[in-house]
Design a protein around this ligand. Structure first.
Ligand SMILES: [Zn+2]
Length: 328
């Protein structure tokens, strides 16, 4: 077999041809020498896992709520004051985004999810309802979840208990919720009032789980290492949680504060979705003070993804410091 060993003349001809063909294209322009890769269609990380003592914590996203000019949802400072505050923090005043950061705790003996997202409801647009897919990415099987703990019964927290067909998303889980909150949001009498869409959604999600529901109170250890703390106001039975393992504490603050700037730097601000805004402020001040004084890290449901950080005192309010997170 003749090996391909070009003669000098052939080599020059080949080289000449190659140069000619390159010269005939636009490849020799330095500006165009970089490959034009298509935009990536890959979705960004939708979960983060880290160790907390002997627990594995995963923050799993349900997506986000886009409120547009969210200043209209806040009561207290003027629109201009809030605008300046947001701009000073490099946030667009007319584009308020609240994340939906859901906490999953593997205690070693129990798999627990705290809140469930919007589920199939598009009440706040089509950027929510991503929890089932993201649980899959995180390697968490909804059928393996032993306990669903609800901070309160608003649609963005209790809306993911059932799927679009009304079937239970967590078929083997005990459901834990504050009794007053459950009664308030499933109350048939409220179906004729302003809260109708919220009540309908709460009823659709909670009532099918009545036979495997347990009511929780502040101070109660729900499962080993997860303790309820009453923080009423945002709703009547709004509850936050302390995760304790290996002598370390991590709080899950749910809706004590929806915004990482407005409700942290000016913590006395009120929110239009609060059932009792004055009481919500009192609870927020109590919880923020505890986190700052005891330097307890926390996961905030609506703060910028993944919502894990610390609070420190700053002037009349506080400042939020996001934590660096490492997979592990
Ligand atoms: Zn919420």
């Amino acid at each position: 077999m003749k090996s391909f060993k070009p003669s000098r003349r052939e080599a020059l001809a080949l080289a000449g041809g190659a140069v000619a063909s390159v010269a005939g294209s636009t490849l020799l322009s330095p500006r165009d020498a970089v490959a034009k890769a298509p935009f990536s269609a890959a979705k960004p990380d939708a979960f983060q896992s880290f160790k907390h003592g002997d627990m594995q914590i995963s923050v799993v996203s349900d997506g986000y709520l886009a409120f547009g000019d969210g200043r209209k949802l806040m009561i207290g400072p003027t629109i201009e004051e809030m605008g300046r505050q947001l701009e000073a923090n490099f946030l667009a005043p007319d584009n308020m985004v609240l994340e939906e950061n859901i906490t999953v705790v593997n205690t070693g003996s129990k798999l627990v999810i705290i809140d469930t997202g919007m589920g199939a409801s598009k009440m706040f647009g089509d950027t929510t309802g991503r929890l089932p897919n993201n649980l899959k990415s995180a390697g968490i099987d909804p059928a393996a979840i032993d306990a669903v703990i609800l901070s309160h019964c608003h649609p963005d927290h209790a809306g993911g208990l059932v799927d679009a067909e009304g079937k239970s998303v967590f078929p083997n889980a005990q459901v834990y919720v504050n009794e007053e909150d459950f009664k308030f949001w499933t109350d048939e009498a409220k179906l004729s009032g302003d809260a109708k869409p919220f009540v309908e959604l709460a009823r659709a999600n909670l009532l099918p789980h009545k036979d495997r529901m347990a009511f929780i109170k502040g101070g109660q250890e729900i499962v080993t290492g997860i303790t309820a703390i009453d923080a009423p106001g945002h709703t009547v039975g709004h509850t936050v949680f302390m995760l304790t393992s290996g002598g370390k504490s991590l709080a899950v603050t749910a809706d004590c504060g929806h915004h990482s700037v407005l409700m942290v730097e000016t913590p006395k601000i009120e929110f239009v979705y609060d059932t009792d805004p004055k009481l919500a402020v009192q609870s927020r001040l109590k919880i923020w003070d505890m986190l700052a004084t005891d330097r307890i890290p926390f996961i905030a449901f609506h703060f910028p993804w993944p919502g894990v950080g610390n609070l420190a005192k700053q002037g009349e309010g506080y400042r939020y410091y996001p934590s660096p997170i490492r997979q592990g």
